[in-house]
Design a protein around this ligand. Structure first.
Ligand code: GDP
Length: 297
């Protein structure tokens, strides 16, 4: 049978943090994600990250891991939150040191604050002669982000994604923040998670990148996901490797859906197909009803 029910303290194991990078357009979110992906020691050992699945895990030289949600921009974050998915543990706020706080920086701060997710600030483009990190710190204060230098507890790290400067410092800051959050999950139970990205692919059918949040997902598991259901046919990671299982904070592409879910949908392993059909059928009926109510207004 499936292992369900509440977790006890002894069931809980430390898990990697899940990080979302946010900030104003052109401040260097994509560059920073790319630069940190290169720090992955597994990439050095056996081929790099070869495919975009919306999230990936980096293994550092220390052996510690960080999971990055690889969908820069705020739309994915808000879409997921709107559907009740709280996947992000830490927001890395990227602020270009030559530009300072801009409208989308403020928006990102508001999102993180509303979600009660701690911020680590990456002051980027520190290589530029006109970079002014202190100005950035002062401006942050005006938006209730009180950095360490100003008596607060928000860490700032001056980086250059382009010149690969201080990336380890940023990783250390993320791991320190994670330690303070004391992130734990029980790997020895049925898997639960959330959809980061989903699409229909020719030849593969509906595929979704699922971030496992608790438990361990295995080939053959039957699941409900949003209004859809399925049975895990294959698990594929960002290196295009087939996995037998995926534990907490591991993002993995799941094949075996009967329909395409949406970003932010919940993902829950259930005991059998009958249960899966029952839950997804109920959710589809509810959805149709609410659409009917909306159109009748
Ligand atoms: P995004 O829109 O936030 O994802 O920003 P990008 O990563 O696309 O970067 C926007 C521009 O800034 C690109 O031309 C990058 O080459 C440049 N850029 C990113 N990081 C740095 C940096 O550390 N220093 C400098 N000088 N330029 C950078």
């Amino acid at each position: 049978g499936l292992v369900t029910g509440p977790d006890t303290e002894s069931d809980m194991f430390t898990r990697p943090p899940v990080v979302t990078v946010m900030g104003h357009v052109d401040h260097g979110k994509t560059s920073l994600l790319d630069a940190m992906r290169e720090a992955d020691v597994v990439s050095g050992e056996a081929g790099g990250i070869t495919q975009h699945i919306g999230a990936y895990q980096v293994k550092l030289e220390s052996g510690q891991r960080i999971t990055f949600i690889d969908t820069p921009g705020h739309a994915a974050f808000t879409a997921m939150r709107a559907r009740g998915a709280e996947v992000t543990d830490i927001v890395v706020l990227v602020v270009a040191a030559n530009d300072g706080i801009m409208p989308q920086t403020i928006e990102a701060i508001r999102h993180a604050q509303a979600a009660k997710v701690p911020i680590v600030v990456a002051i980027n483009k520190i290589d530029l002669p006109e970079a002014d990190a202190n100005r950035v710190r002062t401006e942050l204060l005006q938006h209730d982000v009180v950095v360490e230098d100003m008596g607060g507890d928000v860490q700032t790290v001056e980086v250059s994604a382009k010149k690969r400067m201080n990336l380890e410092k940023l990783e250390e800051a993320i791991l320190l923040q994670a330690e303070m959050l004391d992130l734990k999950a029980n790997p020895n139970r049925v898997a639960e998670g959330a959809v980061v990205e989903a699409k229909m692919e020719r030849g593969r059918g509906s595929v979704a990148t699922v971030l496992v949040q608790r438990g361990t997902l295995r080939i053959g598991d039957t699941f409900v996901c949003g209004k859809e259901w399925g049975r895990v046919r294959a698990l594929v990671n960002e290196r295009d490797e087939r996995l037998e299982e995926a534990g907490p904070a591991v993002p993995v592409e799941v094949l075996g859906f009967n329909g395409t879910p949406e970003a932010g949908d919940d993902f829950i392993v259930v005991e059998d197909e009958a249960k899966a059909r029952e839950v997804s059928g109920y959710r589809q009926r509810k959805d149709r009803e609410s659409q009917f109510v909306k159109s009748a207004r």
